[in-house]
Design a protein around this ligand. Sequence first.
Ligand SMILES: Cc1ncc(COP(=O)(O)O)c(C=O)c1O
Ligand SMILES: Nc1c(O)cccc1C(=O)C[C@H](N)C(=O)O
Length: 412
Amino acid sequence: MTSALTERARELDVLHAATDFRGRFRLPAGVIYLDGNSLGALPQGVAEAVADVVHRQWGNDLIASWNDAGWWQAPARVGDAIGALIGAAPGQVVCTDSTSVNLYKAVVAAARMRPGRRVVLTDPDSFPTDLYVTDAAARDAGLVVERVSPADAVARIAQVGDDLVLASYSSVDYRTGELWDLAEITRAAHEVGALACWDLCHSAGVLDVGLDEHGADLAVGCGYKYLNGGPGAPAFIYVAHRHQDDFDQPLSGWNGHATPFAMAPHFVPAPGITRARVGTPPLMGMLALEAALKAYDGVDPAAARERSLSLTGFFLECLDVLVPELDVATPREDARRGSQVSVRHPQAYAVVQALIARGVVGDFRESDIVRLGFAPLYLTHGDVLAAAEHLRAVIEGRAFEREQFTTRATVT
Ligand SMILES: Cc1ncc(COP(=O)(O)O)c(C=O)c1O
Ligand SMILES: Nc1c(O)cccc1C(=O)C[C@H](N)C(=O)O
């Protein structure tokens, strides 16, 4: 059976040869990296681009680089490059701040765009920062948060009706990898006159999100996962063109001012997406992200999605053959699966550590999830089969029972 899988991996890699961009990355030998949904791999050219920022732009050209090297325009430029991957026409995405900060801005701005309404819906299983930030923004804006699963969101939106301000969801569940129906939830929110905001942390770069196509209002996401911008890379925020004049976000900083160098005593928001900026951008990280995004040059988001589905689908196929007893937490239907496969295991943390010891890097998520992310640009079907074989060896050999794998690290 394994030889049949080996043959199939080979066939699939030939079939998908046009989207194999592994050569655009610097990956350590002997590692199968399935953690690009936590920290993306290092693309070729990033180290050189950062060295140029440090030595030439900063070291030599000093302050002139704000103009000569286009530093001032970097948030808009990088925003547009990200926009191309998430289906946003230019001028609607800006690279700025963190996802947490951008979500705060989006929720408060939504409340101001729908005065008199009180309710914001979010997923009880959201990544924690989304829960905390939504609560904080709601408190500051006088809203009430209802935690409702995205599976029940359409029905709840109709019930809340004209009291709804915002449906704020992640398009992919960070733990299970379940993909929610962005188009459907957005449509339901619009039917009651409300807005929809999407956290694209686990979608940008691996899904053809289609923000404009589906009429999304607001979106946020990070630069360090599938966009490969590096540790702590700045995040992004999308505000649809039609909302920009009304986008009154709460963090009025001078980089979002209409005339920042007039040094005026009162805030006047810049036109367009620039008003979503706050303070001076972290240029080292932003220019590293800009260089990293070149790994997507010429890559159609739909093609990245097709490859991602093929990789995760093949991984599920391998598990069915090699470790059929595993409890798979990720939906099998393509339309309901992001770019990861998660399995539940009572010793999930130890399983992940045993996999890492074998060179298969994934991660553990509370309480029992082995999470394996499949970044389509740098993984092959051959990697997928090898990872499944390692997982079988770990499970069958009960390697996770060994003493050294039983202590949890603080950051995983
Ligand atoms: C869905 C989601 N939202 C937000 C974040 C993080 O936000 P921040 O970049 O502000 O740390 C993560 C991961 O860290 C995430 O998975
Ligand atoms: N942002 C992270 C960090 O600063 C340290 C460790 C992990 C992360 C992550 O991105 C976790 C990730 N959002 C997740 O889905 O679990």
